[in-house]
Every structure is written in C-alpha cells, then in structure tokens.
Design a protein around this ligand. Sequence first.
Ligand code: OGA
Ligand code: MN
Length: 293
Amino acid sequence: MDQYDGHGVASAIRVVPTGAALGADIEGLDISRPLDAATLATIRQAWADHLVLRFRGQRLDDEQLKSFSAQFGTLDLAPLAAAKDGHRQEPSYISVISNIVRDGKPIGGLGAYESLWHTDMSYVDKPPMASALYAIEVPPSGGDTGFSNQYLAYESLPADTRRRLDGLKLRHDSSLNSVGELRRGFTEVTDPRQTPGALHPLVRTHPTTGRKALYLGRRRNAYIEGLDLADSEALLDTLWDSASDARFTWYQQWRVGDLVMWDNRCTLHRRDAFDPTTRRLMHRTQFAGEAVM
Ligand code: OGA
Ligand code: MN
C-alpha cells in the first residue's frame, strides 16, 4: 500500500506473515515517528489477523517507545519488580527486562532464566491487553521468545471438551512471576485450591475479532473453581497440551532494533534461557486491558 507519511516521502508498508500459526513483520516503516491514520489502521488490522507483530531495524529511545505504544492503547505503569534486590525503580511506563547486573544489583527483571508459557499479569482483574518489547542488547544465542496462538488452541479441542469449558472459571496465580520467583509479600502455594489471584473465564471472546480463545494464564498453581482438585489438574493438563502444541507456535529470534508486540488476550509466550555471562537488555511497555469476558 502506498501512502503519504506526512514527512514528504511516500512510504510503502508491507505486512509479511511469518508463515507459522501467528506473527507477521511490518516492513518499510520507521516507528520512531508518529503514524498517520491509514498506517495505524493497517497495523491494527494486521495485529488482529496475526496476533503478534514485529518491526525490525528500529531505533527508539524511551520517549519514542512510549509514543509509539500509546498509539495502540492506554499505557499501564510498569509492574513492580519481583526481585528482592533490584535497583529501586521509580514509577514508569517503561519496564526493564534484563539480566545485566550493575553495582551488584540487577537493573531489570527476569534474569537469564527460562520462562514457561504464560500471558502477562492474568492474575489481576483487568489484565493488560498487550505488551511490547524492544531489543537494545541481545545475547549471541538463546533468549528466543516463543508465542502460541490460543484461538487455534481452543478451536482444535474436541467439541465435547469445548462444551465442558462453558461457564468454567480459572483461578490465576499471583504468587509467582513468569520465571517462577516468589513475589514480594507472598507465601508459597502448596494447594492450588488456595491460590491467590484473579478468577477469569477459561475461554474468552476477543472484543475485536469476536473469536474465542483459551485463556490459561500460566500452569503452576492454577485451579478450575468448583472442580475436584484431581479433575481440575487433569482438565488443565489436557488444555495445556493444546495451548503449547508446537503447531500453534512461532519463535522470535531477537536482533537489536526489533520491536515485537503481542496481544495478551489470544496468545501465550515463553522465553528460552540464555548464557547469564552474556547481556540481554529489553525495554517494555504494557497496554491497559478490560475485565475478561
Ligand atoms: C515479558 C516477557 C519475554 C522475553 O516481558 O513479559 O515475558 O523474551 N518477556 O524477555
Ligand atoms: Mn511475559
């Protein structure tokens, strides 16, 4: 599509799907500058169609990352870091995701650990609808981020399983962060029926696309309200097999200057571990969401 970008040159933006179950590159666009209405509409449509978008070769400072993000929704303040010993962070719209240690203190969250499949902050009543991650430093290998399409995870379930999910609600654990660290002020959960955190429908309907998606949050300490613990565990295992099925996934291998944004309402993501002696530095924004329906 050719369009005038307001800066004196015609830009041609291309939406190039990954060919996997989700994900597309948006090519031919400098996202450090404000986007015109037509470009925004194209990107919004591509996001609804492909769930995860990647913009390569960008150069953004924090102000530009915030301005870019704010064109797609209301920004949420960064969640407080789980690490007990991190640098004190002032309230900010930018979170630092990094394993870098300065003066003996981690400058950001998640270290160099593997993170298991999850969607961001589903343990609150109004979880963020989306998140964007911008790569400033990447390790030579490892630290890839996987995404999984939860519309397909739902649609591929047998009809009787789908029927069983009608009306069921899931308790989403707030005690652990996405790399399994206990958050400040929480005690370890030993019985999932006692898990602290928000209750949401197991299946949610995406407000833009109208499609149904599995909404599992994360596996550990999850509990389907009203079921016997053993039944909850068994059904969750079945659902997670579908949610993490390799047919529904795509992996992002980071390059410096990549911005990847994902829709938390219809995707899960996870991260490979990487060599902790190498450096990875990402800046992240998060978009306010609605109650889960
Ligand atoms: C996140 C997250 C994955 C990564 O920022 O929510 O899960 O690749 N990050 O760092
Ligand atoms: Mn995450």
